[in-house]
Structures are given as structure tokens and as C-alpha cells.
Design a protein around this ligand. Structure first.
Ligand code: FAD
Length: 274
């Protein structure tokens, strides 16, 4: 059975929480293996991430997996968060470096995610998930250096990788192959970004370095005044992408839901998952 998981961001207010609850209720019948909750840049959503993790764990039959980023943090601060999660019975964590928000200039006591992974490993008791970039992290000078930096996280104790989203499956296959050639055999779960709003995805993709293939771009542009056709094409493309990933042996899929049940639910149903 492939592990298929979902990701949420912590809502900003009561209306956002109500929408998130509807989304969770829409996705629960699909039986996701867990729901991860993001942690805003430089700890900017710290309390809201805690609250969302608690809400999911207490109110739903769904495992909550917090993201934790270390930039701008102290060891003591991270230890306190881990103690809090341990007391709540949290079993896995997505360990990240994170990014600084504009105006924040303190890197803190951890420079890279491998240092956070080592710290969590030493603390003990959590399965550690880390980020991977089949199309290379945008700050990296070249793919081989980025791959070596990714491998530092596995050597520090990462158990599972979740990738940045991508639409070129060959980038994922190449990344996994490069790892296997270096005898790194942790599962690499494919991050999947359903296309709810093409404009939004195009904006994100510029920031995170995920390439949008030309055939998607030109079709989406052609449907610019026809949101129903954009949505239908987005579902079709991402369903085919996921079918190919599963057929070629991806150990699981992690859906960036952007707190919307659709189109993730439609793609899962198309795939016959859940
Ligand atoms: P790292 O693994 O530290 O890598 C960052 C850069 O540093 C890379 O270019 C890498 O090649 C280089 N590097 C790594 N280690 C070393 C080293 N030891 N020496 C020199 N160079 C090194 N962001 C958030 O703010 N909150 C979230 O909740 C969040 N969740 C995410 C979930 C997933 C699955 C993914 C893929 C990304 C997520 N991000 C999140 C984004 C992430 O924080 C950014 O991409 C960030 O820029 C890098 O984080 P990282 O953990 O990959 O860092």
C-alpha cells in the first residue's frame, strides 16, 4: 500500500479554521496516511501551527505531522517544541531549514536542515521527514552540490524524503536514480501540487524553482477566460502525472492541498486511492 498524505497550512482566523475543518472532512473518507501542517518562515506561525496540529489530533481520526523549520531558532527553543510534541504523542516531524522573511536577518543556531535532523535524531522518538528538490533547490549553484547537501540530511538520520512539487516526472526519476547510485535508499515520496488556480501555481513556481512544462503553460493561457476548462485540464494533467509516478514505483504521494479538498479529492478518486 502506497502512503498518500496531505498538507495544510495553519489558518489565520476563525473563518479559515472553519474552511480547514470542511476540507479535512472532505478528505477524511480518502483515508490519508497523515496530514502535515506547515510552519511559517522564521517561526511566524509557531502558535498557529501548534493549534492546528492539536486540533487535527484531537478532533479527527487523522495523524497530524508538524513541520518544523530551524532558521532563526535556538537549540533551546527547538528542544521546547520537541518536548511539547512528544507530550502530545506526535510521532513524525517534517524537519526543514525554512526561509527568513524579509527584514529577518538572524540565521540563529542552525544553519541547515541537516543540523536540525541531527538534533531531532539525538532528541529521539520521531520519524524524521525532510525536503528534497528533484529540480534543485533554488539557492543551489548546481545539482550535484544540492544532491550532496540532501545526502547530508540522510546521513544525519532522515527517514523519509518528501519532494518539492514538480510536473516533470523525469526530474524525480533522475533524482531517485542519483540517490540509489550513491547507496542512499530512503523512500522519496513525490510532492504533488494539484492545479486549483493556474495563476497561483505559476507564481509559486517562480519562487520555488518548479518548472511548468510548456504544454501546460500554453493550454492554461489559452483557457485564461475559462476557469472550468482550466480546472478540468489541471485535474487531467495531475492525475496522469500521479498514475505514472505510482506505476514507476514512487513509494507514496504527498498532496499540497492549499487547504482545499478539491481538486485533491478528485485526483485521488481518479487514481482509485482511498
Ligand atoms: P536545506 O536542506 O538546509 O537546504 C537549503 C539550501 O542549503 C540548499 O540549497 C542546499 O543545497 C544547501 N545546503 C543544505 N545543507 C547544507 C550544508 N550543510 N552546507 C552548505 N549548504 C547546504 N518552508 C517553510 O517555511 N515552512 C514549511 O512548513 C515548509 N515545508 C516544506 C515542506 C516540503 C516537503 C518542502 C519540499 C519544502 C518546505 N518548505 C517549507 C520550504 C523550505 O523551507 C525551503 O525550500 C528552504 O529554502 C529550504 O529548506 P530545506 O529544509 O530544504 O533546507
Amino acid at each position: 500500500m502506497k502512503e498518500c498524505s496531505i498538507e495544510f497550512f495553519p489558518p489565520k482566523n476563525a473563518a479559515g479554521e472553519a474552511r480547514l475543518r470542511e476540507t479535512i472532512e472532505g478528505l477524511l473518507p480518502l483515508k490519508p496516511s497523515f496530514a502535515s501542517v506547515t510552519f511559517g518562515a522564521g517561526g511566524s506561525t509557531r502558535e498557529r501551527t501548534f493549534d492546528t496540529v492539536r486540533m487535527i489530533s484531537q478532533d479527527y481520526p487523522l495523524e497530524a505531522v508538524p513541520h518544523l523549520s530551524c532558521i532563526a531558532s535556538t537549540r533551546e527553543g527547538i528542544r521546547e517544541i520537541l518536548e511539547n510534541y512528544r507530550a502530545q504523542g506526535i510521532g513524525r516531524i517534517v524537519a526543514l531549514r525554512g526561509d527568513l522573511l524579509p527584514g529577518m536577518d538572524t540565521p540563529g543556531e542552525f544553519r541547515h536542515a541537516n543540523e536540525l535532523v541531527a538534533f531531532i535524531k539525538d532528541f529521539g522518538g520521531f520519524e524524521i521527514h525532510v525536503a528534497a528538490y528533484p529540480e534543485m533547490h533554488p539557492e543551489s549553484p548546481e545539482p550535484v552540490i544540492d544532491l550532496e547537501n540532501f545526502i547530508r540530511k540522510t546521513r544525519a538520520g532522515a527517514d523519509v524524503a518528501i519532494t518539492q512539487y514538480f510536473y516533470n516526472n523525469n526530474a524525480y526519476y533522475q533524482f531517485v536514480e542519483d540517490l540509489r547510485r550513491r547507496d542512499v535508499d530512503i523512500p522519496v515520496v513525490a510532492g504533488v501540487m494539484p492545479i486549483a488556480s493556474y495563476e497561483q501555481i505559476a507564481r509559486f513556481s517562480k519562487l520555488c524553482g518548479a518548472e511548468i512544462p510548456r504544454f501546460i503553460h500554453v493550454r492554461m493561457e489559452a483557457y485564461a477566460d475559462d476557469p472550468a476548462s482550466q480546472r478540468a485540464f489541471g485535474i487531467e494533467v495531475v492525475t496522469r502525472q500521479c498514475e505514472d509516478l505510482l506505476r514507476q514505483g514512487a513509494p507514496g504521494l504527498h498532496f499540497y492541498t492549499l487547504n482545499q479538498a478539491e481538486p485533491t479529492a478528485t485526483i485521488w478518486r481518479n487514481l482509485g486511492l482511498g
